[in-house]
Each structure stands twice: as structure tokens, then as C-alpha cells.
Design a protein around this ligand. Structure first.
Ligand SMILES: Nc1nc2c(c(=O)[nH]1)N[C@H]1C(S)=C(S)[C@@H](COP(=O)(O)O)O[C@H]1N2
Ligand SMILES: [Mo]
Length: 423
């Protein structure tokens, strides 16, 4: 008698634990889904500004906190599993959830520790993180809607306090009637189908677009040549650019901007080199496009995980512009300004003189579109891409440091890619 009573008590505790694990897990996943989608969305990028770095840390912390319910569950899993005997769909459900959580966590940790893992792994992790989200989010939304009390018979829930199970068992025993056969069309079945169909219709097209985008099928790509800039004459590509000696870029740029995407024409675009220089330089487009350019092939890596390989860039080496301007001895850093009026970054003079730092005008033989930072953007292949200032229109030689836009908001002032020779 005593033994039986205490066993029930232990079991009751166990049921409560499962309920609270489930609740914690649900809240964390909800927070991670919302914060993750906000980090992904271009709309929020602009709107959040500084808050974005906080949100990113929150998302990472939330992801790590997910370990608590997961590990706790795994400790109880054997017991829960036994209880799910004869309920294959609920077992499948548990496996699905664990797979999703595991996939999100592993890929998330690689993205968080991008420097330790390097760009190749980060790129794969970002793809996996996206894919798990595309598969997992609809499943979770479906699950949450169809498991609400009004849709789910209580005795079909696999996670519930022990008391309810005992009560249900007791009332079953009291009734002593065989369960009624389920009709084929139930109201619940209909509602579930409706929820599933609704999700498929709303999320399906976006998913297809994402798939074709990530597999580089033409349907999902940006229409080639789409460019709201109107700068004439067009730059004429060098032979190495057209066809691109790199064979054409591999991968996709995600359009990142902290402002609206600006566009330019001959009347509102100019390029300056000033500050601590002997000859201040100032060009309009007609003059700028005549400057001698060079071609380089390089990879482009964003710290959020995506990369674009084998870009054939054509432009003016930064070192050449610095030589033309005649840098004064007091200058120590080079500050870069964007035509968006907001974004800036800097390099030390020594870094700025590296021979692959390019003031780029063309990509794969075409003018750089306004979305991707054209007509002129900086390219610093050995550093993470937040150094590659878009809509570059002014270079200032300064004494001392300048802390760039993202560095002010928590990005490391050390933007070197793993394996680069730091100078
Ligand atoms: N003016 C400006 N330059 C910028 C940014 C920006 O938001 N504004 N984002 C930086 C970051 S973090 C990256 S990854 C790349 C993205 O370049 P893309 O939008 O051409 O893909 O631009 C960099 N240069
Ligand atoms: Mo980035």
C-alpha cells in the first residue's frame, strides 16, 4: 500500500516534469522562431539597427538555453518512450522534434562560432539552419494549432500530468464500455486538414522560391541586370572580366543594408579622396569611369554564414588611389563612407595597402547593381564582408582610429578571415 502510494507520487512528479519541459521548450522555440525570423528579415534589419546585435545574442542565448529542456527530457526519455508504446504517431512526433532541435542547435553553434569553424562550414550550417526552419516551423505551427484543447481529445495527449491519466483510467474502468468507433470524418479531422492546407498554401510558394534560390535555379534568382542606378556611360569590361576569368560567381549575395537601398545617377554621384592627403581628389562619374581598372577573382564571406565564391571583380586597387592622392605622414587610418549617408568603416593604412583591396566597379563583367552596392563598392577579400562598404563614395585619410558602423554595434574590430595573415 505504502509502496504503491509512493510510486504514484513519483510518477505524478514525472508527469509534471514532462509538462514543464514541454512548456519551456515551447516558449523557447517560439522566442527563437520570432527572433530568428527578425534576424533574417530585411525589414527588421533596417528597423532594428543597433538592437540587431542584441537580438542576435538573445537568439544565441535562447538556442543554448534549449539544451536544458532537451537534456532534461533525454534523462526522462526512456520512461516516456515506454509510455508511448503502441502510439507510433506520437513516437514519430518525439523523434521529429528532437531531430529538429538537434539540427538547429548544431548548425546554430557552428554559426555562432563562425571563426572557429571557418566560412565553408558556416555556409553549410546556414543552409541547414534555414532548411530546418523551413521544415520545422510549419510542423511546429501545425502541432501547436492542432494540439490546442479544442482540437485535441485530452486522452490523446501524450504529455499531461499524471493525475489526469489516473482520472482518465479510472473513468474508463468505471464505464467498462469499449471505445466507440471513430467516424471517418470528424470535426477535428476536418480542422486539422484545414490547418495543414492553410500552411501549405501560405508557406509553400515562399519555400519553393527559397529552394530554387539556394539551388541557384534561374526562377528564384534576381533578374540579371536589374539595376536602378543610371550612370552613363557604362563601364566597358576588360577582357578578363568578360567572360569573367573566375568563371562566374558561385553562390548568392544576400542583400544586406542598414538603410533604404539608394540609387544614383550622374547628377547625384561623385567620388572623393580627402583628409590627410597632398592632393584632394574629386571625380564625377564620367571621370571616374575612365580610371584604369584591374581584375581580380576572390571569395566573399559574411559573418552570418553565407559566402559567394569566385567573384570576378573589376575596379581600381585602393593602393593606386592612395598613391594618386599622396598620403601625408600623419595619416594612420583610412575611413570609408557610404552614399547611404550612414554606413562607414575603416582599415589601417597598412591594411588598406594590401594589393587585393579593390574599389570595385564591376562584378562578373557587369556594373554592380545598386542593391549590391553599385556603382562603386569596396572589396576586402581577406576580411569579413562588413568591411566591404557598399555605395562607397568617399575615402578619408585620418589620424587615429575610426570605429565603423557594425563595430560600434558589437562586431569585432578584427575582421580577418581565419587563416589570413593579420597585419
Ligand atoms: N553601406 C553598407 N555597406 C555594407 C553593409 C551595409 O549594411 N551598408 N553591410 C555589410 C555586410 S555585413 C555585408 S555581409 C555586405 C553584404 O553585401 P551585399 O548586400 O552586396 O550582399 O555588405 C557590407 N557593406
Ligand atoms: Mo555581413
Amino acid at each position: 500500500m505504502m509502496l504503491k502510494k509512493s510510486l504514484t507520487l513519483i510518477r505524478r512528479g514525472y508527469g509534471k516534469k514532462l509538462v514543464s519541459i514541454h512548456a519551456w521548450n515551447a516558449w523557447l522555440v517560439l522566442f527563437l522562431a520570432v527572433s530568428g525570423l527578425m534576424l533574417l528579415g530585411a525589414f527588421w534589419r533596417e528597423w532594428l539597427g543597433e538592437g540587431r546585435v542584441w537580438l542576435k545574442w538573445g537568439h544565441i542565448a535562447g538556442g543554448l538555453a534549449l539544451l536544458v529542456p532537451v537534456v532534461y527530457y533525454l534523462l526522462l526519455a526512456a520512461k516516456h518512450w515506454k509510455r508511448l508504446k503502441g502510439k507510433p504517431s506520437q513516437k514519430a512526433n518525439v523523434i521529429t522534434v528532437l531531430t529538429l532541435l538537434f539540427g538547429w542547435m548544431v548548425s546554430g553553434i557552428v554559426l555562432w562560432q563562425y571563426k572557429a569553424f571557418g566560412p565553408r562550414a558556416a555556409n553549410a550550417a546556414l543552409l541547414a539552419h534555414d532548411l530546418f526552419t523551413w521544415i520545422g516551423l510549419p510542423i511546429i505551427i501545425y502541432h501547436s494549432i492542432t494540439r490546442t484543447r479544442w482540437l485535441k481529445e485530452p486522452d490523446k495527449r501524450s504529455i499531461r500530468p499524471e493525475q489526469e491519466i489516473l482520472d482518465a483510467a479510472a473513468s474508463n474502468r468505471a464505464e467498462k464500455t469499449p471505445p466507440r468507433p471513430q467516424p471517418v470524418y470528424t470535426r477535428r479531422g476536418f480542422l486539422k486538414a484545414a490547418v495543414g492546407a492553410g500552411l501549405a498554401v501560405t508557406l509553400g510558394p515562399t519555400f519553393v522560391r527559397w529552394m530554387s534560390w539556394s539551388l541557384q535555379l534561374p526562377a528564384g534568382g534576381e533578374p540579371p541586370g536589374a539595376n536602378a542606378n543610371r550612370l552613363l556611360p557604362d563601364p566597358v569590361p576588360l577582357p578578363q572580366s568578360s567572360p569573367p576569368i573566375g568563371g562566374g560567381a558561385e553562390g548568392h549575395f544576400r542583400v544586406y543594408t542598414v538603410t533604404d537601398i539608394p540609387s544614383f545617377d550622374n547628377s547625384n554621384w561623385s567620388f572623393k579622396v580627402d583628409g590627410l592627403v597632398d592632393n584632394k581628389l574629386h571625380w564625377n562619374w564620367e571621370q571616374f569611369v575612365k580610371l584604369q581598372r584591374e581584375v581580380q577573382v576572390s571569395d566573399f564571406h559574411c559573418i552570418t554564414g553565407w559566402s559567394v565564391y569566385k567573384n570576378t571583380w573589376e575596379g581600381i586597387p585602393l593602393a593606386k588611389l592612395l598613391d594618386m592622392a599622396g598620403v601625408q605622414r600623419t595619416a594612420t587610418s583610412v575611413k570609408f563612407y557610404s552614399g547611404d549617408g550612414v554606413y562607414t568603416d575603416s582599415l589601417t593604412l597598412e591594411q588598406a595597402r594590401m594589393d587585393d583591396v579593390l574599389v570595385a566597379v564591376m562584378h562578373d563583367g557587369r556594373p554592380i547593381s545598386n542593391e549590391l552596392g553599385g556603382p562603386v563598392r569596396l572589396v576586402v577579400p581577406q576580411m569579413y564582408a562588413y568591411k566591404s562598404v557598399k555605395w562607397l563614395n568617399r575615402i578619408e585619410l585620418i589620424k587615429g582610429d575610426h570605429v565603423g558602423y557594425w563595430e560600434q554595434r558589437g562586431y569585432s574590430s578584427d575582421a580577418w578571415l581565419p587563416g589570413s595573415e593579420k597585419i
